[in-house]
Design a protein around this ligand. Sequence first.
Ligand SMILES: *Cc1c(COP(=O)(O)O)cnc(C)c1O
Length: 428
Amino acid sequence: MQYQRSSKLFAEAEKVIPGGVNSPVRAFKGVGGTPIFVKSAKGAYLYDEDGNKLIDYINSWGPMILGHAYQPVIDAITERAKLGTSFGMPTELETQIAQLAVSMVPNIDKIRFVNSGTEACMSAIRLARGFTKRDKIIKFAGCYHGHSDSFLIQAGSGASTFGTPNSPGVTQGTAKDTLLANYNDLESVKLLFEANKNEIAAIIVEPVAGNMGCIPPLAGFLEGLRQICNDNQTLLIFDEVMTGFRLAKGGVQELYNINADIICFGKVIGGGLPVGAFAAREEIMNYLAPLGPVYQAGTLSGNPLAMAAGLSMLQSINNDLELFQRLDEKTAYLETGIKKVLTQNGIEFTINRVGSMISIHFDKNPVIDFQTAKKGDNETFKKFFHGLLNEGVYIAPSAYESWFITDALTYDDLDFTINVIEKVSKTF
Ligand SMILES: *Cc1c(COP(=O)(O)O)cnc(C)c1O
Protein backbone atom coordinates (compact mmCIF):
# COMPACT_ATOMS: atom_id res chain seq x y z
CA MET A 1 0.00 0.00 0.00
CA GLN A 2 1.05 3.57 -0.67
CA TYR A 3 1.03 6.25 2.01
CA GLN A 4 2.44 9.23 0.10
CA ARG A 5 -0.31 11.68 0.94
CA SER A 6 -0.31 10.68 4.62
CA SER A 7 3.46 11.25 4.73
CA LYS A 8 3.04 14.67 3.18
CA LEU A 9 0.25 15.61 5.58
CA PHE A 10 2.32 14.42 8.51
CA ALA A 11 5.27 16.57 7.44
CA GLU A 12 2.94 19.59 7.33
CA ALA A 13 1.45 18.73 10.72
CA GLU A 14 4.87 18.42 12.33
CA LYS A 15 5.58 22.05 11.58
CA VAL A 16 2.66 23.33 13.64
CA ILE A 17 1.75 20.54 16.08
CA PRO A 18 4.34 18.97 18.44
CA GLY A 19 5.26 15.64 16.88
CA GLY A 20 2.49 16.19 14.34
CA VAL A 21 -0.17 14.73 16.65
CA ASN A 22 -2.52 15.81 19.41
CA SER A 23 -2.02 12.61 21.40
CA PRO A 24 1.42 10.93 21.48
CA VAL A 25 0.58 7.29 20.76
CA ARG A 26 -0.80 8.26 17.34
CA ALA A 27 2.71 9.19 16.23
CA PHE A 28 4.02 5.64 15.50
CA LYS A 29 7.07 6.26 17.70
CA GLY A 30 6.80 2.73 19.10
CA VAL A 31 6.73 1.05 15.70
CA GLY A 32 8.49 3.45 13.33
CA GLY A 33 7.11 4.93 10.12
CA THR A 34 4.64 7.78 9.69
CA PRO A 35 1.05 7.87 10.93
CA ILE A 36 -1.86 7.36 8.59
CA PHE A 37 -4.22 10.27 8.05
CA VAL A 38 -7.87 9.26 8.03
CA LYS A 39 -10.32 10.74 5.59
CA SER A 40 -13.45 8.89 6.67
CA ALA A 41 -14.67 5.72 8.29
CA LYS A 42 -17.77 3.57 8.09
CA GLY A 43 -18.62 0.40 9.98
CA ALA A 44 -15.48 -1.67 10.51
CA TYR A 45 -13.37 0.22 7.96
CA LEU A 46 -11.12 3.25 7.79
CA TYR A 47 -10.51 5.08 4.51
CA ASP A 48 -7.27 7.04 4.48
CA GLU A 49 -6.05 10.05 2.53
CA ASP A 50 -4.25 7.81 0.01
CA GLY A 51 -7.43 5.92 -0.82
CA ASN A 52 -6.52 2.78 1.17
CA LYS A 53 -9.20 0.82 2.97
CA LEU A 54 -8.18 -0.61 6.35
CA ILE A 55 -9.97 -2.95 8.74
CA ASP A 56 -9.94 -1.08 12.03
CA TYR A 57 -9.07 -2.87 15.29
CA ILE A 58 -8.63 0.31 17.34
CA ASN A 59 -11.96 1.99 16.78
CA SER A 60 -10.92 5.32 18.18
CA TRP A 61 -9.36 3.43 21.12
CA GLY A 62 -12.69 1.98 22.09
CA PRO A 63 -15.67 4.29 21.55
CA MET A 64 -16.81 2.90 18.17
CA ILE A 65 -18.03 -0.38 19.63
CA LEU A 66 -20.92 -0.45 17.14
CA GLY A 67 -18.77 0.64 14.20
CA HIS A 68 -17.84 3.96 12.65
CA ALA A 69 -20.46 6.52 11.61
CA TYR A 70 -23.13 4.44 13.33
CA GLN A 71 -26.35 5.81 11.89
CA PRO A 72 -28.44 6.43 15.05
CA VAL A 73 -25.56 8.34 16.66
CA ILE A 74 -24.90 10.37 13.52
CA ASP A 75 -28.61 11.23 13.29
CA ALA A 76 -28.74 12.25 16.95
CA ILE A 77 -25.76 14.58 16.56
CA THR A 78 -27.07 16.07 13.32
CA GLU A 79 -30.54 16.78 14.68
CA ARG A 80 -29.19 18.21 17.90
CA ALA A 81 -26.67 20.51 16.18
CA LYS A 82 -29.53 22.37 14.51
CA LEU A 83 -30.80 23.42 17.94
CA GLY A 84 -27.56 25.07 19.04
CA THR A 85 -24.29 23.54 20.14
CA SER A 86 -23.62 24.86 23.66
CA PHE A 87 -25.49 26.90 26.24
CA GLY A 88 -23.70 26.61 29.58
CA MET A 89 -27.18 25.95 31.00
CA PRO A 90 -28.93 22.70 31.88
CA THR A 91 -30.70 20.65 29.21
CA GLU A 92 -33.14 17.76 29.58
CA LEU A 93 -30.71 15.57 27.62
CA GLU A 94 -28.27 15.53 30.54
CA THR A 95 -30.91 14.06 32.84
CA GLN A 96 -31.91 11.50 30.21
CA ILE A 97 -28.42 10.12 29.72
CA ALA A 98 -27.79 10.23 33.49
CA GLN A 99 -30.98 8.23 34.13
CA LEU A 100 -30.04 5.68 31.52
CA ALA A 101 -26.44 5.29 32.74
CA VAL A 102 -27.59 4.94 36.35
CA SER A 103 -30.11 2.27 35.30
CA MET A 104 -27.49 0.27 33.37
CA VAL A 105 -24.61 0.31 35.87
CA PRO A 106 -24.91 -1.39 39.28
CA ASN A 107 -24.35 0.42 42.54
CA ILE A 108 -24.49 4.06 41.36
CA ASP A 109 -27.13 6.67 42.22
CA LYS A 110 -25.71 9.79 40.61
CA ILE A 111 -23.32 10.58 37.80
CA ARG A 112 -21.52 13.72 36.65
CA PHE A 113 -20.38 14.30 33.09
CA VAL A 114 -17.03 15.77 32.08
CA ASN A 115 -15.14 15.97 28.78
CA SER A 116 -12.63 13.11 28.90
CA GLY A 117 -11.53 10.03 30.78
CA THR A 118 -8.63 12.05 32.17
CA GLU A 119 -11.02 14.53 33.76
CA ALA A 120 -13.19 11.72 35.11
CA CYS A 121 -10.28 10.04 36.93
CA MET A 122 -8.80 13.31 38.11
CA SER A 123 -12.14 14.36 39.58
CA ALA A 124 -12.80 10.92 41.08
CA ILE A 125 -9.66 11.03 43.21
CA ARG A 126 -10.36 14.59 44.32
CA LEU A 127 -13.81 13.46 45.40
CA ALA A 128 -12.36 10.41 47.18
CA ARG A 129 -9.85 12.60 48.99
CA GLY A 130 -12.50 15.10 50.01
CA PHE A 131 -14.87 12.39 51.17
CA THR A 132 -12.31 10.43 53.21
CA LYS A 133 -10.25 13.47 54.29
CA ARG A 134 -7.08 11.58 53.35
CA ASP A 135 -4.39 12.46 50.80
CA LYS A 136 -2.83 9.31 49.40
CA ILE A 137 -3.98 7.06 46.60
CA ILE A 138 -2.77 3.70 45.33
CA LYS A 139 -2.43 3.01 41.63
CA PHE A 140 -0.98 0.01 39.84
CA ALA A 141 2.12 0.01 37.64
CA GLY A 142 1.03 -0.18 34.00
CA CYS A 143 -2.49 1.10 34.62
CA TYR A 144 -3.37 4.32 32.82
CA HIS A 145 -5.84 6.79 34.25
CA GLY A 146 -5.31 9.72 31.91
CA HIS A 147 -2.59 12.33 31.92
CA SER A 148 -3.31 14.32 35.09
CA ASP A 149 -0.27 14.77 37.35
CA SER A 150 -1.20 12.26 40.05
CA PHE A 151 -1.37 9.40 37.57
CA LEU A 152 1.76 9.85 35.49
CA ILE A 153 3.62 7.39 37.63
CA GLN A 154 4.34 4.17 35.69
CA ALA A 155 1.32 4.87 33.57
CA GLY A 156 1.47 2.15 30.92
CA SER A 157 0.24 2.75 27.37
CA GLY A 158 1.60 5.83 25.58
CA ALA A 159 3.84 6.72 28.51
CA SER A 160 5.44 3.25 28.40
CA THR A 161 5.84 3.21 24.65
CA PHE A 162 8.19 6.14 25.01
CA GLY A 163 10.04 4.86 28.04
CA THR A 164 9.23 7.94 30.10
CA PRO A 165 6.98 6.55 32.80
CA ASN A 166 7.49 9.58 35.01
CA SER A 167 6.93 12.82 33.16
CA PRO A 168 8.94 15.96 33.92
CA GLY A 169 6.57 18.62 35.15
CA VAL A 170 4.99 16.34 37.74
CA THR A 171 6.22 17.67 41.07
CA GLN A 172 7.67 15.56 43.86
CA GLY A 173 4.92 16.98 46.06
CA THR A 174 2.26 15.41 43.84
CA ALA A 175 4.14 12.19 43.19
CA LYS A 176 4.60 11.43 46.89
CA ASP A 177 0.83 11.02 47.34
CA THR A 178 0.61 8.36 44.62
CA LEU A 179 1.64 4.98 45.96
CA LEU A 180 2.50 2.28 43.46
CA ALA A 181 1.45 -1.37 43.68
CA ASN A 182 1.74 -4.29 41.27
CA TYR A 183 -1.27 -5.47 39.30
CA ASN A 184 -2.62 -8.84 40.44
CA ASP A 185 -0.45 -8.65 43.57
CA LEU A 186 -2.50 -8.16 46.74
CA GLU A 187 0.61 -8.49 48.92
CA SER A 188 2.06 -5.31 47.37
CA VAL A 189 -1.18 -3.50 48.27
CA LYS A 190 -1.17 -4.78 51.85
CA LEU A 191 2.39 -3.57 52.37
CA LEU A 192 1.40 -0.06 51.30
CA PHE A 193 -1.51 -0.06 53.73
CA GLU A 194 0.76 -1.17 56.59
CA ALA A 195 3.21 1.63 55.83
CA ASN A 196 0.50 4.31 55.40
CA LYS A 197 -2.08 3.58 58.09
CA ASN A 198 -5.25 5.74 57.86
CA GLU A 199 -3.73 7.81 55.06
CA ILE A 200 -5.04 6.13 51.92
CA ALA A 201 -8.13 7.74 50.39
CA ALA A 202 -8.59 5.36 47.48
CA ILE A 203 -7.30 2.53 45.37
CA ILE A 204 -7.81 3.24 41.67
CA VAL A 205 -7.59 0.29 39.31
CA GLU A 206 -8.44 -0.74 35.76
CA PRO A 207 -10.55 -3.74 36.82
CA VAL A 208 -9.60 -5.41 33.55
CA ALA A 209 -6.34 -3.75 32.56
CA GLY A 210 -6.12 -2.53 28.97
CA ASN A 211 -3.20 -0.15 28.91
CA MET A 212 -0.40 -2.72 29.13
CA GLY A 213 -2.12 -4.91 26.60
CA CYS A 214 -5.18 -6.66 27.96
CA ILE A 215 -4.57 -8.18 31.40
CA PRO A 216 -7.46 -9.83 33.22
CA PRO A 217 -7.61 -9.71 37.00
CA LEU A 218 -6.52 -13.04 38.50
CA ALA A 219 -9.11 -14.88 40.57
CA GLY A 220 -9.51 -13.13 43.92
CA PHE A 221 -7.63 -9.94 43.00
CA LEU A 222 -10.59 -7.58 42.74
CA GLU A 223 -12.32 -9.29 45.70
CA GLY A 224 -9.13 -8.83 47.69
CA LEU A 225 -9.01 -5.11 46.86
CA ARG A 226 -12.66 -4.77 47.91
CA GLN A 227 -11.90 -6.44 51.24
CA ILE A 228 -8.80 -4.32 51.91
CA CYS A 229 -10.79 -1.16 51.17
CA ASN A 230 -13.58 -2.26 53.51
CA ASP A 231 -11.09 -2.98 56.28
CA ASN A 232 -9.44 0.43 55.96
CA GLN A 233 -12.38 2.78 55.15
CA THR A 234 -10.70 3.38 51.80
CA LEU A 235 -12.71 3.91 48.61
CA LEU A 236 -12.33 1.53 45.67
CA ILE A 237 -12.34 3.35 42.32
CA PHE A 238 -12.90 1.28 39.19
CA ASP A 239 -11.52 3.12 36.18
CA GLU A 240 -13.94 1.75 33.59
CA VAL A 241 -13.07 4.31 30.94
CA MET A 242 -12.12 1.41 28.67
CA THR A 243 -14.28 -1.42 30.07
CA GLY A 244 -17.49 0.52 30.81
CA PHE A 245 -20.31 -0.32 28.36
CA ARG A 246 -17.80 -2.58 26.55
CA LEU A 247 -17.46 -5.74 28.62
CA ALA A 248 -21.05 -5.73 29.87
CA LYS A 249 -23.94 -3.27 30.13
CA GLY A 250 -22.90 -2.63 33.71
CA GLY A 251 -19.15 -2.96 33.09
CA VAL A 252 -16.78 -4.99 35.24
CA GLN A 253 -18.90 -4.56 38.37
CA GLU A 254 -21.57 -6.61 36.61
CA LEU A 255 -19.17 -8.98 34.84
CA TYR A 256 -17.41 -10.11 38.03
CA ASN A 257 -20.11 -9.14 40.52
CA ILE A 258 -18.00 -6.76 42.60
CA ASN A 259 -19.07 -3.35 43.84
CA ALA A 260 -16.74 -0.40 43.54
CA ASP A 261 -17.33 2.93 45.31
CA ILE A 262 -16.63 5.31 42.43
CA ILE A 263 -16.72 4.39 38.73
CA CYS A 264 -15.01 6.39 35.97
CA PHE A 265 -16.26 6.35 32.40
CA GLY A 266 -15.07 7.64 29.03
CA LYS A 267 -14.69 6.28 25.51
CA VAL A 268 -17.93 4.36 24.72
CA ILE A 269 -20.09 6.64 26.89
CA GLY A 270 -19.54 9.53 24.47
CA GLY A 271 -20.39 7.64 21.29
CA GLY A 272 -17.29 9.17 19.67
CA LEU A 273 -17.63 12.67 21.07
CA PRO A 274 -15.50 13.98 23.97
CA VAL A 275 -17.25 12.69 27.09
CA GLY A 276 -16.13 11.31 30.42
CA ALA A 277 -18.13 10.74 33.60
CA PHE A 278 -17.79 9.59 37.17
CA ALA A 279 -20.47 8.06 39.32
CA ALA A 280 -21.05 6.71 42.82
CA ARG A 281 -23.73 6.22 45.41
CA GLU A 282 -25.53 9.29 46.64
CA GLU A 283 -23.64 9.94 49.88
CA ILE A 284 -20.37 10.19 47.94
CA MET A 285 -21.67 12.16 44.94
CA ASN A 286 -23.39 14.69 47.24
CA TYR A 287 -19.92 15.76 48.36
CA LEU A 288 -19.54 17.54 45.02
CA ALA A 289 -20.22 21.25 44.52
CA PRO A 290 -22.77 22.80 44.55
CA LEU A 291 -24.18 20.37 47.17
CA GLY A 292 -20.89 19.64 48.90
CA PRO A 293 -17.41 21.07 49.42
CA VAL A 294 -15.47 19.31 46.64
CA TYR A 295 -15.18 21.62 43.65
CA GLN A 296 -15.48 20.33 40.10
CA ALA A 297 -16.78 22.13 37.02
CA GLY A 298 -16.65 22.49 33.23
CA THR A 299 -17.80 25.05 30.65
CA LEU A 300 -18.54 22.36 28.07
CA SER A 301 -19.45 19.55 30.49
CA GLY A 302 -22.75 17.97 29.50
CA ASN A 303 -22.47 19.60 26.08
CA PRO A 304 -25.69 18.88 24.14
CA LEU A 305 -23.99 17.40 21.06
CA ALA A 306 -21.88 15.12 23.23
CA MET A 307 -24.86 14.11 25.37
CA ALA A 308 -26.96 13.40 22.27
CA ALA A 309 -24.23 11.13 20.89
CA GLY A 310 -23.72 9.40 24.23
CA LEU A 311 -27.43 8.93 24.87
CA SER A 312 -27.98 7.42 21.44
CA MET A 313 -25.01 5.10 21.94
CA LEU A 314 -26.14 3.92 25.38
CA GLN A 315 -29.70 3.39 24.10
CA SER A 316 -28.41 1.24 21.26
CA ILE A 317 -26.31 -0.81 23.67
CA ASN A 318 -29.11 -1.10 26.21
CA ASN A 319 -31.67 -2.22 23.64
CA ASP A 320 -29.49 -4.87 22.02
CA LEU A 321 -29.79 -7.89 24.27
CA GLU A 322 -27.31 -10.00 22.29
CA LEU A 323 -24.62 -7.38 21.74
CA PHE A 324 -22.13 -8.51 24.36
CA GLN A 325 -22.55 -12.16 23.46
CA ARG A 326 -21.99 -11.37 19.78
CA LEU A 327 -18.88 -9.34 20.58
CA ASP A 328 -17.56 -12.13 22.78
CA GLU A 329 -18.15 -14.75 20.06
CA LYS A 330 -16.48 -12.66 17.37
CA THR A 331 -13.46 -11.96 19.53
CA ALA A 332 -13.21 -15.61 20.61
CA TYR A 333 -13.29 -16.62 16.93
CA LEU A 334 -10.45 -14.20 16.21
CA GLU A 335 -8.49 -15.46 19.22
CA THR A 336 -8.83 -19.11 18.15
CA GLY A 337 -7.81 -18.30 14.58
CA ILE A 338 -4.78 -16.25 15.60
CA LYS A 339 -3.63 -18.90 18.07
CA LYS A 340 -3.82 -21.54 15.38
CA VAL A 341 -1.80 -19.70 12.74
CA LEU A 342 0.85 -18.35 15.13
CA THR A 343 1.33 -21.81 16.62
CA GLN A 344 1.63 -23.34 13.14
CA ASN A 345 4.32 -20.82 12.27
CA GLY A 346 6.29 -21.52 15.44
CA ILE A 347 5.87 -18.05 17.00
CA GLU A 348 6.18 -17.63 20.79
CA PHE A 349 3.21 -15.65 22.05
CA THR A 350 0.56 -15.16 24.73
CA ILE A 351 -2.95 -13.97 23.97
CA ASN A 352 -5.00 -12.35 26.72
CA ARG A 353 -8.69 -11.71 26.21
CA VAL A 354 -11.73 -10.58 28.14
CA GLY A 355 -14.84 -10.16 25.98
CA SER A 356 -14.04 -7.76 23.15
CA MET A 357 -10.65 -6.72 24.54
CA ILE A 358 -7.77 -8.83 23.25
CA SER A 359 -4.01 -8.48 22.89
CA ILE A 360 -1.06 -10.50 21.68
CA HIS A 361 2.21 -10.41 23.59
CA PHE A 362 5.21 -11.87 21.79
CA ASP A 363 6.45 -13.84 24.77
CA LYS A 364 5.43 -17.33 25.75
CA ASN A 365 5.06 -16.68 29.48
CA PRO A 366 1.80 -15.58 31.10
CA VAL A 367 1.31 -11.81 31.09
CA ILE A 368 -0.22 -10.80 34.42
CA ASP A 369 1.30 -7.42 35.28
CA PHE A 370 3.50 -4.61 33.97
CA GLN A 371 6.72 -6.56 34.56
CA THR A 372 5.58 -9.50 32.44
CA ALA A 373 3.97 -7.22 29.83
CA LYS A 374 7.33 -5.52 29.26
CA LYS A 375 8.97 -8.85 28.38
CA GLY A 376 7.21 -8.99 25.00
CA ASP A 377 9.53 -8.86 21.98
CA ASN A 378 9.07 -5.39 20.55
CA GLU A 379 11.02 -6.11 17.35
CA THR A 380 8.57 -8.89 16.51
CA PHE A 381 5.69 -6.57 17.33
CA LYS A 382 7.01 -3.93 14.92
CA LYS A 383 7.20 -6.48 12.10
CA PHE A 384 3.76 -7.71 13.01
CA PHE A 385 2.29 -4.20 13.02
CA HIS A 386 3.77 -3.13 9.69
CA GLY A 387 3.04 -6.50 8.09
CA LEU A 388 -0.62 -6.18 9.01
CA LEU A 389 -0.81 -2.55 7.98
CA ASN A 390 0.65 -3.39 4.60
CA GLU A 391 -2.19 -5.88 4.07
CA GLY A 392 -4.89 -3.43 5.18
CA VAL A 393 -5.33 -4.41 8.83
CA TYR A 394 -4.90 -1.60 11.33
CA ILE A 395 -4.00 -2.40 14.95
CA ALA A 396 -2.73 -0.02 17.62
CA PRO A 397 0.81 1.21 16.89
CA SER A 398 2.08 0.05 20.28
CA ALA A 399 2.68 -3.31 21.92
CA TYR A 400 1.03 -1.97 25.09
CA GLU A 401 -2.46 -1.59 23.70
CA SER A 402 -5.49 -3.79 23.64
CA TRP A 403 -7.40 -4.30 20.40
CA PHE A 404 -11.01 -3.10 20.53
CA ILE A 405 -13.38 -5.34 18.63
CA THR A 406 -16.40 -3.71 17.04
CA ASP A 407 -19.74 -5.31 16.31
CA ALA A 408 -19.45 -4.01 12.74
CA LEU A 409 -16.78 -6.66 11.99
CA THR A 410 -18.09 -9.56 9.93
CA TYR A 411 -16.78 -13.11 10.04
CA ASP A 412 -15.34 -12.46 6.57
CA ASP A 413 -13.35 -9.57 8.05
CA LEU A 414 -12.13 -11.84 10.83
CA ASP A 415 -11.14 -14.61 8.37
CA PHE A 416 -9.35 -12.05 6.22
CA THR A 417 -7.46 -10.83 9.30
CA ILE A 418 -6.50 -14.34 10.39
CA ASN A 419 -5.19 -15.09 6.87
CA VAL A 420 -3.15 -11.90 6.91
CA ILE A 421 -1.66 -12.85 10.29
CA GLU A 422 -0.80 -16.29 8.95
CA LYS A 423 0.98 -14.75 5.96
CA VAL A 424 2.78 -12.07 7.98
CA SER A 425 3.92 -14.39 10.76
CA LYS A 426 5.68 -16.60 8.16
CA THR A 427 8.08 -13.71 7.53
CA PHE A 428 9.24 -13.25 11.17
C1 LIG B 1 -8.30 6.13 27.75
C2 LIG B 1 -8.24 5.96 29.22
C3 LIG B 1 -8.23 7.04 30.10
C4 LIG B 1 -8.11 8.45 29.64
O1 LIG B 1 -9.20 8.88 28.88
P1 LIG B 1 -9.02 10.15 27.90
O2 LIG B 1 -10.40 10.36 27.36
O3 LIG B 1 -8.01 9.75 26.88
O4 LIG B 1 -8.57 11.29 28.73
C5 LIG B 1 -8.32 6.79 31.45
N1 LIG B 1 -8.39 5.53 31.92
C6 LIG B 1 -8.39 4.47 31.11
C7 LIG B 1 -8.51 3.09 31.68
C8 LIG B 1 -8.30 4.64 29.73
O5 LIG B 1 -8.25 3.57 28.93
